[in-house]
Design a protein around this ligand. Structure first.
Ligand code: AMP
Ligand code: ZN
Length: 461
């Protein structure tokens, strides 16, 4: 297991060796979903990559403390404090209230998490549970002179934080007012952002908290800084997110946290790329939103999608198509069948020292090279029969969580009865009957291989 873990750190824009500050508590924060609609496969791709990260860290025998937030307030339709709150919009469109919209989509999101066999974070933090802490952070920024007040909220003055542009290497001089969005005329700089929004008289915003003598709600970026401060403490080891978070959301997180707490927010920042569907950005208006439930309607399991995601590197742009998902499904079937085959062999080398094996070293090495799952998958595909063992496949399962050992789909009573009748038919050289039984098995989901050790069943779907 002597491998350095190398990760592309967006702070330095270089691949660096990762070492935790404390191996008993690797502190990770993952920006979570805004729970205003059913999550789509693009949202889940990110959590699949971070699942691999967590599994690799655990394989290093480091203890992980990961926090995932759930945004249930304050994320406006644009990331730059303009437009309607996404939750309020979701409630208006579905004719229900914001709290139940948030509850429903959070439950849905976490169910998908389980279906994808994603390791559950140690802490799942809802933004609305941290309002008092948000207000304390705003006060801290106010006291330190980083904010100013406008008619619609308390804004962070990015000119007061000289390193503001560093994180995303922004060219501030090119960001003329309005370059990002039509900014509030009261903003001092186009990059300034709201840490607290006031609710205007007559404005409909169900979620509201009194602060500074008026009703309001937190700015979207604030929750991540607050939750990290309360649940992990700066500096954390790794902060993850999507590349879309870099120029605004993470830039603002860094500014407000480092201004308030005077410590580095995170040592490593890793970002995954986007997923398109047949070349197009996923969007409701294009009608190409695909959910986990829709995968099921097309005959796929969430785990087929998980293997599809891991077939690509987290930093590359991925294009989803149903045909490519079929190929991933076949790969998973092939791997499940290798496990099923080995489980039925009587001469298994279970006590094997996997760490000393060449294929394991290659797989482990590839994952430590900035989570190169596609290379690791290619090595797995090329395993020669004599290199395989159940112990090795258990390791593979531990690293990827693909349900390869799932026993729920194994032959049930009926299939087992047909298998034993077929074994008897072959023994007695009744080959017509044995062929007929093979067809019956095939109809209920199993193929059969005749080997020197007898018949071995395989999944056929
Ligand atoms: P949201 O729930 O809208 O806040 O989205 C959560 C995050 O999911 C986004 O910030 C992205 O990082 C990620 N995401 C959204 N769409 C995609 C996509 N098509 N591909 C990959 N990641 C996405
Ligand atoms: Zn965040």
């Amino acid at each position: 297991m002597n491998e350095d873990l190398k990760l592309y750190n967006n702070l330095s824009r270089e691949v660096e060796v990762f070492q935790p500050q404390n191996p008993n508590q690797v502190k990770i924060y993952t920006c979570g979903p805004t729970v205003y609609s059913t999550p789509h496969i693009g949202n889940y791709a990110a959590y699949i990559y971070w699942d691999l990260l967590v599994r690799v860290l655990k394989q290093h025998e480091w203890k992980v403390r990961r926090v995932l937030n759930i945004t249930d307030v304050g994320h406006l339709t644009s990331d730059e404090d303009e437009g309607e709150d996404k939750l309020e919009k979701g409630a208006r469109q579905s004719g229900s209230d914001v709290w139940s919209v948030a509850e429903r989509h959070m439950t849905e999101f976490l169910a998908g998490f389980r279906d994808l066999e994603l390791v559950e974070p140690e802490v799942i933090a809802r933004a609305t549970d941290y309002i008092t802490e948000d207000q304390a952070l705003v006060r801290e920024l106010m006291v330190k002179g980083y904010t100013y007040e406008t008619r619609d909220g308390i804004y962070f003055d990015t000119a007061k934080f000289p390193r503001y542009a560093d994180f995303a290497r922004l060219k501030l001089e090119q960001l003329k007012p309005g370059a990002r969005v039509a900014v509030s005329v009261e903003k001092r700089n186009p990059t300034d952002f709201a840490v607290w929004k006031f609710i205007q008289p007559g404005e409909k915003h169900t979620m509201r908290w009194n602060f500074l003598g008026r009703p309001g709600y937190p700015g979207w970026h604030l929750e991540c800084s607050t939750i990290i401060h309360g649940e992990l403490g700066e500096p954390i080891d790794i902060h993850t997110g999507g590349i879309d978070h870099i120029p605004v959301h993470h830039t603002n997180e860094v500014a407000q946290s480092e201004a308030a707490f005077e410590r580095q927010l995170s040592r490593f920042w890793i970002h995954c790329n986007f997923l398109t569907v047949e070349g197009e950005k996923i969007s409701k208006s294009l009608g190409n939103v695909i959910t986990l439930a829709m995968l099921g309607e097309h005959g796929f399991l969430p785990l087929d999608f998980k293997i599809w995601v891991l077939q690509g590197h987290y930093r590359s742009l991925r294009d989803f198509s149903w045909t490519s998902l079929e190929a991933a499904q076949k790969r998973r079937l092939k791997w499940r069948n290798r496990v099923a085959y080995l489980q039925q062999m009587t001469d298994n080398k279970t006590e094997e020292n996997v760490d000393a094996m060449t294929p394991w070293s290659s797989i482990w090495h590839e994952l430590n090279e900035d989570l190169n799952s596609p290379a690791a998958f290619a090595t797995i595909d090329q395993l020669a029969p004599e290199q395989e063992s159940l112990v090795l496949w258990q390791r593979i399962e531990q690293l990827f969580g693909l349900g390869l050992f799932d026993s729920s789909a194994k032959p049930g009573k009926e299939a087992r009865r047909i298998l034993s009748r077929r074994a008897a038919a072959r023994e007695e050289r009744r080959f017509d009957q044995s062929d007929q039984l093979r067809d019956e098995l095939s109809e209920i989901g199993f193929d059969v291989l005749d080997t020197p050790q007898g018949q071995i069943w395989q999944y056929n779907k």
